[in-house]
Design a protein around this ligand. Structure first.
Ligand code: AMP
Length: 416
């Protein structure tokens, strides 16, 4: 441990990586807006109790992964392990459901989980997600999935599978849970030690187990589709039909359960073979009971979250950066160079100056390194005439131009 290292599992984003982050953020914003979703921002820290109530006190997130601490006043707080619970809290706290019965929201921000770091798994990571509150109908499940698919399409992420399942109503889920417990108890000794522990607390999670010992046992386990009532079946079928009609292929996966306790009906996950062990890069589902369980009105909801770092691993194409367009070089005239640069920036050109009072030769070398197409040279002779020199580096052409016409000349040079 050292105070001069970032905390294990938490990462800096360096300037060269930022264009990719910004491209993602831009796509999140534009696609969300395209579907009428509004942004919401909530604090990074919440009362720990919030997650015990929502994510569930038997979930891995709450039992093993949450960063909790007492603040100086003795309040038990948590760094948010996901963003949905905070969004629901905010809606209730500000009485938003009294203002409108339908809310389309999106969020983007850091989340924290104390997991063993590995490729694609960090202790601080970022999520983009959308939540649609107020519709119990399959149209809203389909809408959020289409938002997710549109984001992926805009980012050029093509090689993925969308896994889809239903957990049915709460009653269905409860009956299924009992059947699972009964089955797993009968084969208990064949299960991995971890799954044996999960058996009573959270048996659905055994279906997710990656442990080799669990695989044959899980393969024989009852599947939820045999427990669905008419309502659950109809909801699932409509979601499937609409996605098919919308040209979004799905893989039906009866063993997909997701990690959080609050899901009902639709659950889905975006999976990519390119990611290795941590192959899910996004997921979501319907959570009709969550708002009410917070003491709010009965408001159905559906949403998803993408893991931003995992999406970055899937983005192969480098987006175009915003490279510097003009370098203002000067022969011992730093103040004048700053004024010229200000004039160019006011006209919208990405412009830099030398800040180290280097030789003219060194400044041109720097302009080359930055691959700047145009250098504006401020030198005494021309300056006295109210002019500067515009130089097109690649064409090795240069000409004098009156200061008042600089923006036009730079535009012309940049278009060559
Ligand atoms: P979850 O709700 O747990 O499925 O999380 C949603 C998404 O967040 C996952 O599909 C991942 O892309 C991402 N995610 C979750 N945990 C981590 C982590 N520890 N590091 C990086 N990304 C994560």
């Amino acid at each position: 441990m050292s105070g001069l290292q970032a905390v294990r599992g938490m990462h800096d984003v360096l300037p060269e990586e930022l264009p990719r982050w910004r491209q993602l953020e831009e796509v999140f914003r534009t696609v969300s807006a395209l579907f009428g979703y509004e942004e919401i921002r909530t604090p990074v820290v919440e009362y720990a109790q919030l997650y015990l109530r929502s994510v569930g006190d038997t979930s891995d997130i709450v039992t093993k992964e949450m960063y909790t601490f007492a603040d100086r006043g003795g309040e038990q707080l948590a760094l948010r392990p996901e963003l949905t619970a905070g969004v629901v809290r905010a809606l209730l706290q500000h009485g938003l459901f009294q203002r409108r019965s339908l809310w389309r929201l999106w969020y983007y921000g850091a989340a924290f989980r104390y997991e063993r770091p590995q490729k694609g798994r960090y202790r601080q990571f970022h999520q983009y997600g959308v939540e649609c509150f107020g519709s119990p109908f399959p149209e809203s499940d389909v809408e959020v999935i289409v938002v997710a698919a549109t984001v992926l399409q805009r980012l050029g992420i093509q090689r993925y599978e969308l896994h889809l399942n239903t957990l049915g109503t709460l009653q269905v889920r409860q009956r299924y849970r009992e059947a699972l417990v009964e089955y797993f108890r009968s084969v208990r000794s064949a299960l991995s030690p971890e799954s044996q522990q999960r058996l009573e607390r959270n048996p659905l999670r055994i279906l997710d187990s990656k442990h080799p010992a669990d695989q044959p046992v899980v393969a024989q386990a009852p599947i939820i589709w045999d427990f669905l009532d008419a309502e659950s079946r109809e909801h699932f079928d409509s979601v499937r039909r609409a996605l098919e009609a919308g040209g979004i292929p799905v893989v039906l996966n009866p063993r997909l359960v997701r990690g959080l306790d609050y899901y009902t009906h639709t659950v889905f996950e975006f999976v990519s073979p390119q990611l290795g062990a941590q192959n899910a890069f996004g997921g979501g589902g319907r959570y009709d009971g969550l708002v009410e369980s917070f003491g709010g009105p009965s408001v159905p909801a559906v949403g998803f979250a993408f893991g931003v770092e995992r999406m970055l691993l899937l983005m192969t194409e480098m987006p175009c950066e915003e490279p510097v367009q003009v370098y203002v070089a000067s022969q011992s005239m730093p103040e004048e160079a700053m004024r010229v640069a200000a004039q160019l920036r006011a006209a919208g050109y990405r412009t830099v100056t030398d800040l180290q009072r280097r030789s003219l030769k060194a400044q041109f070398r720097e302009a080359d390194r930055l691959r700047v197409p145009v250098v504006v040279l401020v030198a005494e002779q021309e300056w006295e005439r109210g002019a500067v020199v515009v130089r097109h580096l690649q064409e090795q052409a240069q000409w004098e131009c009156p200061l008042a016409e600089l923006a036009d000349h730079v535009a012309r040079a940049l278009s060559r």
